[in-house]
Design a protein around this ligand. Sequence first.
Ligand SMILES: [Zn+2]
Length: 338
Amino acid sequence: MVNIEAVGDNIFRIPVPVPFPMKYVYCYLFRETDGWSLVDAGFHYPDAVDAWEEVFRKLGVNRQHIHSIYVTHFHPDHFGLAGWMQQQTGAKVWMSREDYAMAERVWKKRSDQANQVGVVFRQHGVPDELAKQIEESMQKLSKHVMPLPSLTILENDEVILGQRRWKVIAVPGHSDGLINFYQPELKCLLVSDHVLERITPNISVWPGSHPNPLQQYFSSLHKVRHLDVAIALPAHGTVIGHLRERIDEIIKHHEKRLDYMKSLASDGKTAYEVAYAVFVHKPLTPHQWRFAIAETLAHLDYLASLDELVKEEREGVIVYHFRREDSHLKERKGVGGR
Ligand SMILES: [Zn+2]
């Protein structure tokens, strides 16, 4: 049974199941004067389709009346059902320019992305067997985003959701083109995966995306920290009532992790070795390994961008280490310019 929550006038929070530990992606359905609009669609597998069928029945939604679908980013748990939903409804599907490009790159037929991830990971010390398993697990994801929707690039500063105007806010970090929506009278932020309550959003380096996503993420956190927000509606987990405090916790988490990874890398380590030390408390699946390594890369490359670590190639493998002579002189000050 789908537990639909009304979270404001004409705003419905819909838990759509995903076959991952976070259990649900929360999509938001809005009643308009002339139909319905939707933010995020879900991951394409049978349980999610069943959930949507039930939602349409319960709320009396004529699916032909859903006219606009906004996808906050290209990840499969948000984007995966957009094509199915477009077939059902005939709606326009909107996405940012950056994530439109990533969706094309990652999800198109015969995409080379899995292979490229494998190449990059091997350069960072990932053993060949594991790199292969990671590539295979990536290839399996693509069927969960089929059929692909025909996409329209979202260039507006504002959109109508639930009969009100919401500002479109670019918050790169979790993905290059991640967007949030902000409604000033309601003091409501549709925060997607930018800020989550119990888990920290994954920030990762991938082929074809921004080389320093953690730096982008810090500045995007500061961007929404300035907003007057009474309630933030995330795409996973519970509603957030204290956005600033949660943002500060997340920044602290990354500061600690940066310090730890920097100390691990001191004598020279590959990203794989650092990821192993930080994340492997129990055996990881290839899917978990992929995120562990890409997240480690985001931190190590951030440190390298600040000259706190040196990144260099040694016999075909990339190693991070710090310059002993000046390491004691450099203290990172105010991550992200806080
Ligand atoms: Zn997500």
